[in-house]
Ligand binder design. Sequence first.
Ligand code: DQA
Length: 148
Amino acid sequence: SHLLLINGPNLNLLGSREPEVYGRQTLADIEQALSAAAGQLGHRLSCFQSNHEGALVDRVQQARPEGVDFILINPGAYTHTSIALRDALLGVAIPFIEVHLSNVHAREAFRKHSYLSDIATGVIAGCGALGYQLALQSAHERLNKTKA
Ligand code: DQA
């Protein structure tokens, strides 16, 4: 299947950005490890990062004609603000898993609300970079179920 990994604002700074919160792996490290794992499971992974809300909306919209089967997304701070991203994901109707490196529920109150969680297939938070791998495994299992 074709999977799409989307990372939102400031996630290009991973590795140097608040490493005690977000870990020391860079986004390139995470993308490489996830692409390798996806390949081993027989999938193809496309990766995209942007600091711009509209660019993220455009990327989600493109996923439909591209035939993307599943989206893994860490929307960064847009998690807590973006009705546009929610509408884009509803619009393409592609199942997705929401990933957060940090435990958003153990931080500031404004991080507790997500515009995406109630329409996500699953939500992973607080597992660091491993969360992306867990999301991939969950997507893999769900894709196999739909095939059967
Ligand atoms: C984040 C959590 C968000 O609240 C924050 O704005 C981020 C990263 C995470 O991965 O833990 O940019 O999505």
